[in-house]
Design a protein around this ligand. Structure first.
Ligand SMILES: Nc1ncnc2c1ncn2[C@@H]1O[C@H](COP(=O)(O)OP(=O)(O)OP(=O)(O)O)[C@@H](O)[C@H]1O
Ligand SMILES: Cc1ncc(CO)c(N)n1
Length: 274
């Protein structure tokens, strides 16, 4: 049984954060574990409140897992503060975990801050160098590189800068792009750029797309897929999850974590791998 650990915040509404991660791990046949960094009071309309955990409480949860169960891959999501980031980085080093996916979560779709501004320097300094792959969306990549991103050339330059910060791979996600036809994600390993394209689905129900994508990627790494295959399958997983949305809540609804197994895998309607 392959295992994956998510170090992230709780979304009470169930569409993003720890809940999205565990649902995704489960759908892909990986045993999921969690270390909570924060509790958010959240639904499809927005984030009503954030209650961060003590850094020591985050570290203790990771120790409980690391000292007994172990893990095949780890992802980080909402980390909130510099102190939590430093505690997490120390534990990742201590347990010598290498398959580390860093989703540099900063702002929720409604605009609520999930990472304090002062914590960005710590993210770059302590966590990115430990990551096998970092998964920014365009606004997050702009913050990490302190440059605006408009064109494909900008995207490539941003990916190069992020690799210089110490990440081994970067996947720059295009969900926030202006392109009405396609949602394209750019993978860079320090040598080669690979573009993963899919049809853009017109929907307001995209709550938790980033978490779900990075969790699917983490599950793939836990199962031993090479990075490009794990990205490709994660792209298929999120495509199905957005396409067959559930219509839950009054705002930006969650994606459908069952859809990949129910529709995509069986009908072969997407390029499933792994
Ligand atoms: N409307 C869409 N149609 C198809 N794919 C999409 C759409 N929106 C996002 N995606 C895909 O979903 C994945 C997550 O991308 P996105 O840029 O939305 O992440 P994010 O902004 O971090 O998500 P979140 O808002 O949950 O933090 C990417 O693979 C992206 O291409
Ligand atoms: C807890 C949590 N993590 C991440 C996101 C980003 O989608 C969110 N909205 N909530």
């Amino acid at each position: 049984m392959k295992k994956a650990l998510t170090i992230a915040g709780s979304d009470s509404g169930g569409g993003a954060g720890i809940q999205a991660d565990l649902k995704t791990f489960s759908e892909l046949g990986v045993y999921g574990m969690s270390a909570l960094t924060a509790v958010t009071a959240q639904n499809t309309l927005g984030v009503q409140a954030v209650f961060p955990m003590e850094p020591a409480a985050v570290a203790k949860q990771i120790d409980s897992i690391g000292s007994d169960i172990g893990t095949d891959a780890v992802k980080t999501g909402m980390l909130f503060s510099a102190d939590i980031i430093e505690a997490v980085a120390e534990k990742i080093k201590h347990y010598q975990w290498e398959k580390v996916v860093v989703d540099p979560v900063m702002i929720a779709k409604g605009g609520a801050s999930l990472l304090q501004k002062q914590a960005i320097a710590s993210l770059k300094r302590y966590l990115l160098p430990l990551s096998m792959i970092v998964t920014p969306n365009i606004p997050e990549a702009e913050v990490l590189t302190e440059r605006a991103i408009r064109t494909m050339e900008d995207k490539k330059a941003a990916a190069e800068r992020i690799i210089k910060l110490g990440a081994k791979h970067v996947i720059l996600k295009g969900g926030h792009d202006e392109n009405p036809e396609e949602s394209e994600d750019l993978l860079y390993d320090g040598h080669t750029f690979t573009l993963f394209q899919s049809k853009r689905i017109q929907t307001k129900n995209t709550h938790g797309t980033g978490c779900t994508f990075s969790a699917a990627l983490t599950a793939g790494l836990a199962q031993g897929l090479p990075v490009n295959h794990a990205v490709s399958r994660a792209k298929d997983f999120i495509q199905a999850a957005i396409q067959y949305d559930l219509g839950i809540g009054n705002g930006h609804g969650p994606t459908n974590h069952w859809a990949y197994r129910e529709y995509a895998l069986n009908k072969g309607s997407v390029n499933a791998q792994g």
